[in-house]
Design a binder for this molecule. Structure first.
Ligand SMILES: NC(=O)c1ccc[n+]([C@@H]2O[C@H](COP(=O)([O-])OP(=O)(O)OC[C@H]3O[C@@H](n4cnc5c(N)ncnc54)[C@H](OP(=O)(O)O)[C@@H]3O)[C@@H](O)[C@H]2O)c1
Length: 333
């Protein structure tokens, strides 16, 4: 694999599958060789749209395709466990969309499968691979703002989303927390690790998914994080990280920033802006490149998106859901 292109398979043909495939097609070291859907027609249409040679009307055929190096799982969250598990059991490497699974139990099962089978597995938490987020993390690690004392982050969409939409459907793991709240929680845990305690409140829909959720996370160090997510209000979608010696503010789109501002105590503010060479701020190519780098290096997980952090984020999402009373139909925890 060191010399050759990395051969991708795409599992599911929805919105993010199309966005990701379009970004992959732009990468010279990537080749999309197969797509699988639950039925033949969508797979065929997707393959024609992106010039993909093999279209499968079932997941098993993709799992058996030895000419696929890595599968990108882009089903709704409720199917991540089954889809990624099937691929790992068949010996495929996997990049699986966020939230990684419905709950921490499912996440633990996938991680165990990957580790037992020696396969590569990564959550598609593209924020962790974003060049500007990596710059921010490096600044914080270098002590630019001293010891982190608090984080605030939010992600909210105005909608409105119909009750039939994936985001409102309990059978598809609907609600703001798993789809959007995973970003503020993951950002917070990038900087502070897993919290020791969680309190939360939510507004639930008639279908009993969370329309908006606010959570306060705490650490034994005394650090606190306030996270908010919504599918009924377009929030600022910004973040602020405060330390003992300063603060970093990230305006709209904190998980794919094109700028942020560092305020060091007693100094002028410093603005950091994206390198135009990195391409569009919302490109998914950075996570795809990280997968391919890791595969070429023979790594079974990415140091940028470590599985233990993914597991810790899933535990926090479970804890928040426990506090606000959201359980999905048939969910086993
Ligand atoms: N990284 C990001 O920026 C980002 C953005 C949006 C969404 N996401 C994540 O990506 C996942 C998919 O979101 P999306 O917006 O692409 O959803 P979507 O447009 O509804 O597409 C999901 C696809 O999954 C398949 N599918 C639908 N229902 C299914 C079911 N019950 N079981 C198995 N497969 C089913 C369908 O493809 P087939 O008909 O081909 O089977 C469908 O087109 C979610 O987990 C979401 O959180 C990530």
């Amino acid at each position: 694999m060191t010399e050759q292109k990395v051969r991708w398979g795409i599992l599911a043909t929805g919105g993010i599958a199309a966005t990701f495939t379009a970004d992959l097609v732009d990468l010279p070291d990537a080749e999309v060789v197969a797509v699988a859907s639950r039925s033949p027609e969508p797979a065929k249409a997707f393959a024609e749209r992106f010039g993909i040679p093999r279209a499968y009307g079932d997941w098993e055929s993709l799992a058996r395709d030895e000419e696929v190096d890595v599968v990108y799982v882009a089903t709704p969250h409720t199917a991540h466990r089954a889809a990624a598990g099937l691929m790992l059991e068949a010996g495929r490497n996997v990049l699986c969309e966020k939230p990684f699974t419905l709950n921490a139990r499912e996440a633990g099962e996938l991680v165990a499968l990957a580790r037992d089978n020696g396969r590569f597995l990564m959550e598609a938490m593209w924020m962790y691979c974003h060049p500007m987020v990596r710059r921010l993390k490096a600044l914080v690690d270098d002590g630019a703002i001293g010891e982190v004392r608090s984080v605030q982050a939010d992600f909210g969409l105005a909608g409105p989303f119909a009750a039939s939409h994936r985001l409102r459907d309990p059978a598809l793991g609907g609600g703001a927390l798993l789809d959007l709240g995973v970003y503020p929680v993951s950002f917070t845990q990038l900087l502070l690790g897993e919290p020791s305690d969680v309190v939360a409140r939510a507004t639930l829909s008639e279908e009993r998914v969370d329309l908006q959720t606010g959570a306060l996370l705490s650490w034994d160090s005394g650090a606190l994080a306030s996270v908010h997510c919504s599918i009924v209000g377009g929030t600022a979608t910004s973040a602020s990280v405060t330390g003992s010696e300063g603060r970093i503010d990230i305006p709209y789109g904190f998980f794919f920033p094109d700028r942020f501002v560092l305020h060091r105590d007693g100094r002028d503010a410093e603005e950091f802006t994206a390198d135009p060479a990195d391409g569009p701020r919302n490109s998914l190519k950075h996570e795809a490149s990280e997968v391919m780098r890791a595969l070429r290096a023979g790594e079974s997980e990415s140091p940028l998106v470590p599985l233990d952090r993914t597991l810790a984020v899933m535990r926090t999402l479970d804890a928040i859901r426990d506090r606000v009373g959201v359980r999905y139909p048939g969910e086993v925890r």
